[in-house]
Design a binder for this molecule. Structure first.
Ligand SMILES: Cc1cc2nc3c(=O)[nH]c(=O)nc-3n(C[C@H](O)[C@H](O)[C@H](O)COP(=O)(O)OP(=O)(O)OC[C@H]3O[C@@H](n4cnc5c(N)ncnc54)[C@H](O)[C@@H]3O)c2cc1C
Length: 432
């Protein structure tokens, strides 16, 4: 079968098997050769790709819920959308959610995903009480901050390279409504958007769309969207029915001029300032989930997301330097997102660190990777790193410089036999 992930690059020929029970998975694991877990394939690059994969999506039962504590136990193939459908009507929502609900709980832990509330709530692992992990020999261990803590810290953010996450207990947050009180503010440049993030830091959710093609006075012009859970409005939520992109867009549709036009329209059609308007939770958190197959916009050749984070003190200068290169190069991105992150956690390979993160979706084309190599140097020089779940091309060197705990992680893989059993195209490229 042909296998790819959300970026549709690379596409490989692989063999894959679904598992519905742990016994089935154990039998699949007993066979010779290495493999990697595949959830809903919403990672952009090659972290879920290998010549052999095991699909977790059918391992998807919700096992238990405690309405006193908000703790839910489920199998790792349950999607965030399923959790929201079941628990939002009862007044519970995810403590941390990324910009899509179409991912599995296993994928959320393995990438230690973050959301618009990272500055106050940390990564997904903050809401994980414990999980069961199947190790290379088929043994299953319970991992939490109290038990097998070393495995807990390596697995959260460990990109499936420590074992297969079987079940997890995660903590939901209590909410009174399926609505958000949203504030939207246009910012004319990078300085203004930085000030705005700080001004709204007390609100739990914030994120900005940023125009990466402007330079000079307008460099970094953005639209900030911040919000908090409303205490009025019903708890019912209809997921927006996806409108689908029916075919691959021809490559010429996406160029410097079309992106510039899109950016102008996007910026100028937002109100310059709206405070506390009530918006449904679904489009606030998951605007792209209402467009099925939106990844086809980037054409047959696919795309990648370049997501970096820089330490706070270096963020302004570093981002100026990066935005300057992007504007000069004219590599347009329809989707460019800026986010203020809170402090880093102590997991081996979790991505966020205190500072600003920038994410750009970029069409795969010949000049792209040499250009991104240049950006990598700036990111590393300013003390930052790239997000593994979006990555398809970073070098071993850039990985090692960005993730100082890589060696501890690699040692664990070596000593526990994980390196023989769990591999992805990414782990081979990064030699981890
Ligand atoms: C529109 C969109 C918006 C996004 N927004 C954000 C965001 O705001 N913040 C953010 O952090 N991420 C974001 N992402 C990325 C996404 O949340 C992560 O890539 C997530 O890990 C995908 O989960 P998945 O179930 O699709 O896993 P896959 O893509 O299938 O796999 C991702 C990784 O998880 C591992 N894995 C999956 N299941 C298991 C398991 N059971 N046991 C062990 N390892 C496993 C895989 O081996 C792989 O390394 C976004 C992606 C999209 C498409």
């Amino acid at each position: 079968m042909e296998l790819t992930s959300w970026g549709r690059y690379p596409r490989i020929v692989a063999s894959g098997e679904h598992f519905e029970t742990r016994e089935q998975l154990k039998r699949q694991m007993d066979r010779d050769g290495d493999l990697i877990a595949y959830g809903m394939g919403r990672s952009y690059g090659d972290s879920a790709l290998n010549q052999r994969v095991v699909f977790s999506r059918r391992f998807n039962k919700i096992l238990h819920f405690n309405p006193e504590t908000g703790l839910v136990a489920c199998e790792s193939g349950v999607s965030l959308q399923e959790l929201i459908s079941v628990f939002l009507p009862q007044g519970w929502f995810l403590s941390v959610t990324p910009g899509t609900r179409l991912i599995t709980v296993g994928g959320a832990i393995a990438s230690d995903v973050h959301g618009k509330n990272h500055h106050v709530a940390g990564c997904f692992s903050t809401s994980v009480d414990s999980f069961e992990l199947m190790l290379p020999g088929g043994d299953v261990v319970l991992c939490s901050r109290e038990e097998n803590e070393r495995l807990f810290r390596a697995t959260c953010g460990g990109m499936g390279l420590t074992g297969i996450i079987l079940t997890a207990v995660i903590r939901l947050q209590k909410v009174k409504s399926a609505f958000i009180r949203e504030t939207v503010k246009q910012c004319r440049n990078l300085e203004e958007i930085f000030n705005c993030f700080e001004k709204y830091e007390t609100l739990p959710y914030s994120v900005a769309w940023i125009d990466c093609l402007e330079s000079g006075e307008k460099m970094g012009r953005s639209v900030l969207m911040a919000g908090e859970h409303a205490d009025t409005g019903s708890l019912d939520m209809d997921f927006n029915q996806p409108v689908s992109i029916p075919f691959d867009f021809p490559g010429f549709c996406l160029n410097r001029y079309s992106v510039k036009l899109f950016n102008r329209l996007y910026y100028h059609t937002r109100s310059s300032f709206v405070e506390n308007r009530l918006v449904p939770l679904d489009p606030f958190f998951y605007p792209l989930d209402s467009i099925g197959h939106w990844n086809r916009i980037y054409g047959k050749g696919g795309f990648t997301q370049y997501q970096l984070v820089l330490p706070k003190t270096a963020s302004y200068e570093g981002l100026k330097s990066i935005l300057d290169r992007i504007a000069k190069q004219g590599l347009g991105s329809f989707l460019a997102v800026l986010k203020l992150c809170g402090p880093a956690n102590d997991n081996d390979l979790s991505f966020p660190m205190q500072g600003y993160s920038l994410a750009l979706d970029l069409k795969i084309e010949k000049r792209l990777f040499p250009f991104l190599n240049e950006l990598d140097r700036i990111v590393i020089d300013y003390g930052g790193r790239l997000y593994l779940t979006k990555d398809v091309r970073m070098s071993k060197d850039v990985f090692r410089k960005g993730y100082p705990l890589w060696e501890t992680f690699a040692e664990l893989r070596e000593t526990m036999g994980m390196k023989e059993k769990f591999n992805s195209l990414q782990s081979r490229r990064l030699e981890v």
